[in-house]
Ligand binder design. Sequence first.
Ligand SMILES: NC(=O)c1ccc[n+]([C@@H]2O[C@H](COP(=O)([O-])OP(=O)(O)OC[C@H]3O[C@@H](n4cnc5c(N)ncnc54)[C@H](OP(=O)(O)O)[C@@H]3O)[C@@H](O)[C@H]2O)c1
Length: 267
Amino acid sequence: MDLGLGGKIAIVTGASAGIGLACSRALYMEGASVVMVARDSVRLQKAADSIVGNSAASEIPSRIVMVAGDMGDPATSKTVVSTALEHYGRIDIVINNAGSAKAGAFFELSEDVFTEAWNFKLLGYIRLVKEAAPHMIDQKDGRIVNIVGGAGRTPNPNFLAGSTANAALLNFTRGISKELAKSNVRINAISPGSTATERAETLTRQHAQASGISYDEQKTLMNKSIPLGHLVDPDEIASMALLLVSDRVPSITGTEIVIDGGQQPGV
Ligand SMILES: NC(=O)c1ccc[n+]([C@@H]2O[C@H](COP(=O)([O-])OP(=O)(O)OC[C@H]3O[C@@H](n4cnc5c(N)ncnc54)[C@H](OP(=O)(O)O)[C@@H]3O)[C@@H](O)[C@H]2O)c1
């Protein structure tokens, strides 16, 4: 399937590992240029090297630009957008992906855990849309994907900082889609279920602690809760993200695609 992404300019946050790295690699393989964002510049460099299949920093081709920054800091969204514009003169695609929240028993979590999650994931995504979308509106074309998470619809008492941020992001995605649609800018959410990344390992440890069970017991419980019987592969999330930012389905906006092995209960 020709996705028509050659020559497009993309921003991917949380790009040095997991889902963000899978999205960056997939976009690069399709011929897009990618502005990769994460905090640790050494890991970011390694991720970029792994994409181009060469460990020499000097050989990173002009289709990858790295920004080392914290997406919880409002200044980073501005830097990311200005860097993309300086290098490429336009922004076609944003994959909002850098986000996390601590899991833990509700009565043991401090308020800071909530404000950190809301600032980093919820406001982080909103800020980047606010910075990047005006350029897409001027171009009368743009595509945004927010990587959210199944807890937005299926809250977990041991993950309420993340669940509430995700629920708000689904609301934001749907709400802003109406405004952006006037200028042919599309925005959608992908909600991964348990996906095989470092973050899934961390969350499993935190959930085990909150429930007073071992890591292995928590892992067994999680695997049993997935009807298809396996974690999601980050490349699956990347494939769906590419479809959503392509011209293959140009009428889709404001929606959420759930990729979770059938884990989500209810309709
Ligand atoms: N994995 C799952 O099971 C799962 C399920 C549902 C939703 N999600 C969502 O999917 C997204 C990606 O998760 P993942 O599992 O791929 O995570 P991951 O494997 O832990 O990778 C996280 C990436 O984000 C970067 N990052 C972390 N904090 C950052 C910050 N403050 N500013 C900029 N970059 C930052 C990391 O690099 P640095 O540490 O160097 O910054 C790394 O590149 C998240 O929004 C997560 O909530 C994941």
